[in-house]
Design a protein around this ligand. Structure first.
Ligand code: NAD
Ligand code: ZN
Length: 356
């Protein structure tokens, strides 16, 4: 069994990564938490696959288990869902000794994580991610939160899950397009921190090879978050592909392009920006395009430079006039490049010409 510890100023997360690990989650929780009530939060796609089994496992480990099932999809990541979870936590009579279990993709992890972070000022939290994206990224590091109609992830908290149980075998039921979304984040890790990952990405990833990739990604994230939990310095590197990616996601009203697809396009734009600024080695772009195609991720955007520039500058999270844009020097080595919003807009016009 592979285990990583993430020690931050606020808490210690135990991260378990192994095939078949799902079965062990309740026993791990029983060993770590004093309470014997577990409330499982999941979505309408994951519930028919795993909820009965996980409920029985928690009961077998001595817990009284209850659950909430949210409608699958990004539209559930809102304050109404959080409010509903508070009600359900309360009906389940959870105390701070008890725990919430987030069983699902990033939407469930972010929403249940935020509810757990704030209910009774913080109850115990176990993340059991069931998408590749959630396994390599969102379940680790403590960022949780929900969307407002004004934009994504605008309400949230930094709240480290106490236990994260990553079982690559649960990905067997994941539709391919969601698997490929997660691959965009895997490729991101390769470019920012470990060029070797990029060499080990074959079109058919499964079994031990997939386990190894997930472990390496989580280890990278653990190392970065331990240095900078609050996103003030090195954690920004994880935003590679996300500045322009978020703009593309927004232009498609969070429906046309998924998060992973948008990040794929954002990474391509960031490499082109780096080449224009003489920071990025030119052959990085061919490598990225090849990897994106291998996982069915877009390399073309239907949007005009003016639309992307407008969407970037109206991003509600950009309050200052300076942007920390993540560039790649060479695969495996990234840097934070500070530039004015105006310079970024100019760059966008340069990048998104007809031949993007
Ligand atoms: N907190 C963070 O640090 C962080 C990082 C990256 C992304 N995110 C957030 O994560 C969200 C995206 O996460 P996601 O891509 O996991 O989306 P998601 O949670 O919507 O899951 C994708 C789809 O897969 C289904 N699904 C989940 N597990 C399954 C399984 N094992 N088998 C079959 N179907 C399954 C879900 O029901 C859903 O339809 C976004 O809201 C994004 O903002 C957060
Ligand atoms: Zn992302």
């Amino acid at each position: 069994m592979k285990k990583l510890l993430l020690k931050s100023a606020s808490a210690e997360s135990e991260i378990y990564i192994e095939r078949g690990m799902l079965e062990n989650a309740p026993a791990l929780c029983a060993g770590r938490f004093p309470g014997r009530r577990a409330h499982i939060v999941t979505d309408s796609n994951v519930a028919p696959l795993f909820l009965k089994k996980i409920t029985e496992l928690f009961e077998g480990a001595g817990f009284s288990a209850s659950s909430s099932v949210l409608e699958a999809g990004e539209t559930s990541k809102n304050l109404n869902s959080v409010s509903r979870l508070y009600e359900d936590f309360s009906k389940a009579r959870l105390t701070r000794a008890d725990l919430a279990v987030a069983l699902g993709g990033g939407v469930i992890g972010d929403t249940a994580g935020f509810a757990a972070a704030t209910y009774l000022r913080g109850i115990n939290l176990c993340q059991i991610p069931t998408t590749l994206l959630a396994q390599v990224d969102s379940s680790v590091g403590g960022k949780c939160g929900v969307d407002l109609k004004q934009g994504k992830n605008l309400v949230g908290a930094f709240y480290q899950p106490h236990i994260v149980v990553i079982d690559p075998d649960v990905l067997k039921t994941l539709p391919e397009k969601f698997f490929c979304d997660g691959m965009a984040e895997v490729i991101k890790y390769g470019f920012i921190a470990d060029g070797d990952i990029l060499n080990s990405l074959s079109a058919e990833l499964s079994g031990e090879a997939l386990l190894d990739i997930i472990f390496r990604c989580v280890e990278i994230k653990r190392n970065i978050v331990e240095k900078d939990e609050r996103d003030l310095s090195v954690r920004m590197l994880l935003n590679f592909g996300h500045t322009i990616g978020h703009a593309i996601e927004k232009l498609g009203s969070y429906a046309k392009f998924s998060h992973g697809q948008s990040v794929a396009l954002g990474m391509k734009a960031a490499l082109k920006a780096g080449i224009a600024l003489n920071v990025t080695k030119k052959d990085s772009l061919a490598l990225l395009n090849d990897l994106l195609r291998r996982y069915g991720l877009n390399t073309d955007t239907p949007y005009k430079a003016s639309e992307i520039a407008e969407a970037v500058s109206s991003d509600k999270k950009i309050f200052s006039k300076t942007i920390s844009f993540i560039l790649i020097r060479t695969p495996g080595e990234a840097l934070i490049y500070n530039l004015s919003l105006q310079s970024l807009e100019q760059l966008i016009y340069e990048i998104f010409r007809e031949d993007f």
